[in-house]
Design a protein around this ligand. Structure first.
Ligand SMILES: COc1cc(/C=C/C(=O)SCCNC(=O)CCNC(=O)[C@H](O)C(C)(C)COP(=O)(O)OP(=O)(O)OC[C@H]2O[C@@H](n3cnc4c(N)ncnc43)[C@H](O)[C@@H]2OP(=O)(O)O)ccc1O
Ligand SMILES: O=C(O)CCC(=O)C(=O)O
Ligand SMILES: [Fe+2]
Length: 355
């Protein structure tokens, strides 16, 4: 098919239904970006609003129980919603292995990858997807991803793609201690002394891991890799490569700050669930990813969540000390379904839980 001039309907079919993804379009080496991927100006990154000299906090996690380190983590969660951690203890060979496995998954043939399209997948917990929600997105994001919801090792080993399942499972397992360290500090900041069995289930009772692939884009300035959104997780542990392109909105401003890749670091961001549970004290901040014209970029977020069956709302320990309760109680799976059903639009998902 001569896709360079084809109608948007045919292109959607090529990208989504036939499973070629955005990577398939990138490999056509088109001179100009097809209309389907041209974003309205307000969804792109306005480079005049980027603060070039700002950095999000970089925190050394090796002494995470040191009161000064704890303070800096809670401060970053309140004022930035984002921070990078170094000396986190997650083995570098496991990190390298998942990066390599991500490239290998996206290097598979279309025939192999399309086995994981929503209509073909052997389990609804593993899906190969393009854009955010192609049924409703007016312009598509320049991104493909594999999304895996962890239920059990057995389920993952049976259904996740063989080319990456061992590396993804090992990475998930080794991230557990980093997640617990960060959560322990954050809940202490809220006056909860211990990450016990009950609050562990509530804060980190489910996990989703995405393998994101942003291929080289013909007109990156007209498109977006991931449009502005906040995550719906408790917190997200994000692994990115050295290419860059993730921008975070600075709180109470219309300015953007680049999350400059720091080698061997992980980025932590607060998600909507923790913003709600902390009654707005910790901030789930809008972020977006630009496309680029030179390199294929990958990133691997682990979304650490409540269980779908949990009802979330401001925690009792938090509302004891405040007059103004900002959020109501919502069933977490309703919240996530609401998020997935619409296009991303900045911070609007959280309106679903506003009082
Ligand atoms: C996609 O690009 C993105 C993604 C993001 C993501 C940011 C996050 O924070 S993701 C964290 C999400 N949290 C969880 O997954 C944990 C809780 N999980 C649940 O509550 C449930 O597992 C469920 C997600 C609600 C799925 O419910 P279930 O009944 O088991 O499954 P379905 O009926 O198959 O799905 C319901 C509904 O959701 C859609 N959906 C399911 N999985 C995905 C997925 N991986 N990606 C997109 N949409 C998904 C599914 O199509 C169904 O939709 P309907 O309209 O048909 O109801 C940030 C930025 C990005 O660019
Ligand atoms: O690719 C990135 O750096 C961030 C991706 C992201 O925000 C997400 O998947 O929720
Ligand atoms: Fe995100």
């Amino acid at each position: 098919m001569a896709l360079s001039h084809c109608a948007t309907g045919e292109l959607k079919q090529f990208v989504v239904d036939e499973g070629h993804g955005v990577k398939g379009v990138s490999e056509l080496k088109l001179k100009t970006l097809p209309e389907l991927f041209i974003q309205p100006v307000e969804r792109r990154l306005d480079v005049s609003k980027v603060l070039p000299n700002e950095l999000i906090p970089v925190i050394d996690l090796s002494n995470y129980e040191d009161p000064e380190v704890m303070k800096s983590i809670c401060y970053a969660a309140e004022k930035w919603g984002f921070f990078q951690i170094v000396n986190h203890g997650l083995p570098l060979d496991i990190i390298d292995a998942i990066k390599d496995a991500t490239h290998k998954f996206f290097g598979l043939s279309t025939k192999e990858k399309k086995k994981y399209l929503s209509q073909n997948t052997p389990s609804k917990n593993v899906r190969f997807l393009t854009s955010f929600n192609p049924d409703v997105d007016k312009a598509y994001e320049w991104k493909d991803h594999l999304s895996c919801f962890y239920v059990s090792d057995e389920e993952a080993l049976q259904y996740w793609p063989t080319i990456c399942k061992y590396q993804v499972l090992e990475y998930l397992k080794s991230s557990e201690s980093v997640i617990k360290k960060v959560l322990e500090v954050l809940i202490k900041g809220l006056g909860i002394q211990e990450l016990d069995e009950t609050n562990q289930l509530f804060l980190m009772g489910s996990k989703r891991i995405n393998l994101n692939y942003y291929p080289v884009c013909p007109n990156p300035e007209l498109s977006i890799g991931a449009s502005g959104h906040s995550d719906v997780s408790t917190l997200t542990v994000l692994l990115q490569d050295q290419i860059g392109g993730l921008y975070v909105k600075k709180l109470d401003s219309d300015k953007w700050v680049h999350v400059t890749p720091v080698k061997d670091s992980l980025t932590i961001n607060i998600g909507d669930a923790l913003q709600i549970m902390s009654n707005g004290r910790y901030k789930s901040v809008e972020h977006k990813v630009v496309a680029n014209g030179h390199d294929n970029r990958i990133s691997v977020p682990i979304f650490v969540n409540p269980r779908p069956s949990d009802v979330i709302g401001p925690l009792p320990e938090v509302i004891n000390s405040v007059d103004n309760i900002l959020y109501k109680h919502v069933l977490y799976s309703d919240y996530v379904k609401h998020f997935f059903r619409k296009s991303t639009n900045g911070k609007d998902t959280i309106d679903f839980a506003k009082k």
